[in-house]
Every structure is written in structure tokens, then in C-alpha cells.
Design a protein around this ligand. Sequence first.
Ligand code: FES
Length: 577
Amino acid sequence: MAKKKAPERRSARWFGRQDIYGFIYRSWVKNRGVPNDQFDGRPVIGICNTWSELTPCNTHFRVLAEHVRHGVLEAGGFPLEFPVMSLGETLLRPTAMLYRNLASMDAEESIRGNPLDGVVLLGGCDKTTPSILMGAASVDLPTVFVSGGPMLSGKYRGTDIGSGTNVWSMSEDLRAGKITLEEFHEAESCMHRSHGHCMTMGTASTMASMVEALGVAMPGNAAIPAVDARRNVLARMAGRRIVELVGENICLSKILTRQAFENAIRANAAIGGSTNAVIHLIAVARRIGVELKLADWDRLGRGVHTLVNLMPSGKYLMEDFYYAGGLPAVLRELGANGLLHRNALTVNGKSIWENVKDAPCWNRDVITPFKRPFKKNTGIAVLRGNLCPGGAIIKPSAATPRLLKHRGRAVVFESIEDFHRRIGDPALDIDEKSVMVLKNCGPKGYPGMAEVGNMPLPPKLLKKGVTDMVRISDARMSGTAYGTVVLHAVPEAAAGGTLALVQNGDLIELDVAKRRLNLLVSSSELKKRRQSWKAPKAPLARGYWKLYFDHVLQADQGADLDFLAGKSGSFVPRDNH
Ligand code: FES
């Protein structure tokens, strides 16, 4: 029987042509010394690089990309590296999240418009992971994700300090007069002392864990430190593997199934992961065509315990997590307790269970067994009520247990600037039972839904020894932050949510066990207040900010732009000349 002809590769529509277009497509690529045989029909692999000196967490990515390149060459592929917009969490203002969707468009169009058969995505700092994964999902080629890896543990005067988490605690100590400005400055140099992203279980580590749990990254991706040689090996193996994936025609949609997302949600609960994962995973799912809802987070996370004792919920850091066994050891616990879809396919060609069923754990203080968990029943809780009819979330593992059921009077801040202006005022009418309410920090309101939901406590209460209070907003919070913080209220204040109508002194009731969040104000009074509410205008009348403001969806829909949901696939656009 005649052998079935392999389908023509996408890249052949550029490089396989014997006409003027083939000349154009090949000849310019040859200008850096690429030999003829690279155009012989072998898989062309894009290496999508978010390297930037403006993204400190990704500054080692040129080296990482070289290791992917070696792997692609070793497996007989033709690697072509390209940059996309990089989003640095610490420098980019008003918030990197404003640009996540823009970067996703950059990645999507760069992949589709070029002669690529498969792609390796390099992400690290928080938004660089979801942005390029969202873009790749809308194209749906064979795809492997390689994370940049966490920094080494911060070391300060003999103790470990973690990215973000200890920034928050040390700045509160400074404001409470417990440490000096000199000590504060010294800690700056001690905290971030190597390449890599934040080494707490913040958003970057969470998203690196999410891509591993989704099966789109190789086993071990989440925790290997950025400077450990094994990170480079992982990149190299990903380079080899993507060439095979193209040969096997395993597109991203075969990996990013509903089962994969359900595995990731449970993994997020087990690692005590960032609340930001909720928005990002919903956004990725909507791109690939999986219907993932806020309610799925609550339903699937129930009964899952936090097994990983890492900051901000615990005491260790990502380096410890790696040495203890990393995410495979966590996924093994989930799988052994009926909380993993074992057959979900991963990019190395094996099921997730095949990858993790024998994963060892070397330190049970860092990764606890499911039967003796670090914290019990700690998935993301989704709250409903008149203050958030579309939902709001809280991470109970990072909250103070006694505050999870609380009634208090509102102290309202109309914006983050209003908050900064008044929070230090000794005359501010606030006590430890008050509920701090922050408005206008959601997707439209900020714009970009900044990480300001974990409002620092008033200095006068800090000095009294108060360590936590209930805080409510339409904002996000850094994955490295902690506290009894209700986030992502939908609809946000700037979209006319009830949050916009809260006034000082109103009673608010939070009951996390019952999943309720209510403003105890009569509906007739709220109706009256609504009459004097005015919708805000777009912060800029042109450019991306305007596009974003006009099209951004609410947090429960992943805060994507409305016209970006779904995928356009990997069709080859018409010729360019
Ligand atoms: Fe880049 Fe935290 S600032 S990961």
C-alpha cells in the first residue's frame, strides 16, 4: 500500500516555494548565514521571547532561548527566535495587567503571520506567562511553555526573605517604627540576588505551576531555580520535544482541555497559588474554547488542601520547593487522592499521571502529605451578594481565620490616591473592626485592575498591634500578598457596580463559609444613590488605553478584550507582496 503523504507543513507555504515569493521568503533569512538545508521542509520552530531589561525577572532569557535553540537543532528543526512585548511587573505603570491583552495580540499575530510550525513560549514575570499563552491559544499550533524559573531565596541577616511578601511586611514594620530606613535599604539588595522571577508563591511561580499542571510545560518546569543548570536542560529538552510535537501534530487544543484546566485549578489550591491565576486561566480557557467559570474555581477547589508551605501563605520559598520535589510531588498527592484527571495529555507525550505517579518528596515540611495538609480546605472562595452579583474572590489560606466571618462599618476610599492621602491621618475614623473599601481600581477604573487590593493598614492601628483587617475592592492583589482581602468585585465600581455606591459608615457583612458578601443598605436607598452616580470617561481619548477601556471585560470573564475571545487558528495569510 502506498504510504500516506505527510501533510504539508505550514512553513512550506513560505520556504517551500519555487517562485519569486520563495526567493523573497528564503533569501532575506539567509543574510545571517543560514544554510540551504534549513529550508528543506523541516519543522520551523518559533522561540517567542519576552526578554527585556525592563522586565528584570526575564533578563536571562537570551541564554534560555539559546538552550531551546540547541534542542530544536538537535532534533532536526529550524529555530527562529522572535521578541514580543514584555511586561515587567515592577516598572511598568499604571500596571502590567493593562497591557496583558496587548501583548497577547502581539504574540498571536507574530505566530500566525510568520512561517512557523510550532512555538516555544518563554515567560517568567507575572503577566508574561498568560499574555503569550493567550496569544498562542488563539493560533493553536503545537506549543511548549518554558518558564524562566524563580530567583534564589532572598537572604537577609541570617534569615530567608521572599519577594513581595517581605516587602509588604518590612514596609509595615518601617511604618510602625520596628525597623530603620537603613535596614530597609539593606534588605533591597538581599532580596533579589540572582536571575529569575519572584521566589515566593506569587503570580509568576503560580503561573509557572499552572502551565505545568495544564500539561503545556515539561514536568519540573515550575520550580527549578533560574540559575540552576537543570533549568537550561529543561529548555533544551523543550526545544527537542517541540520538533516531535510538530511531527505528531499535537496542537495546543489537544493539551488545553477542560480536564487540564480542572487539574490546574486544583493544583492552584494545593500550592496556595495566587488569586491572579483565576483571571488568567479564565482568559486562556476562553481563547482555546473551554468554558471555564468563576464557579468552577469554588466547586473544584473545595476539599483541596494547601500542601505547599510557601510564602505568602507559609514560610518557605521556591528554592526549597524545588529541593523538596516541586510540583510533581504535589500533583502526585492530588492524583493519589482522586483530585486529578490522570489521563490528561501533556506536551512530553505522556499523561500527567504517568509523569508524576512516582514523583518523590524529599521534605514533608515543605510539601505536606494530603492526609496531614499544611492548611485544610483552602481553594479560592467565590463570594456573591449585592456587593458583587457577578462574584468576588478571597484566598482563605492567606486570610485571618477569625475575620472570615465579619460584620463591620465601611471606611471608603474613592481611589488609591484618596487612600494614600488619608490612610496615615491620625484623625481617620477607623478601628480594627472597620471594613476598608477601595473603589475604582478594576479593569476599567484604574485602568488595568492594579494590584492594590491589599491596602496597607492604617499606621495608628499597626502601632496598636493590629495585623489584619477585612479589605474589599474591585482590584487585584499581588500573589505575594496576604490578608483578609476580598478582590475582583464584579461589576467593578467604574462599571456601575454596587461597590460604587458604598458610603462611609455602611454596614458590610462577609461570611466566607456561606460565600456571602453583602452591603446592608436597603435597595431603595441604593436606588437613590445610583441616581447621582456618573460613569467615568475613558482616561485617554486615543490609542491602546482607549481601545482597552472600550472593550475590556469584567474580571469574571478574565478581563480580556471582548473581541479577543476565541481563536482564529493557524491559517496562512495571503502573500505580502
Ligand atoms: Fe516579576 Fe514578581 S516582579 S515575578
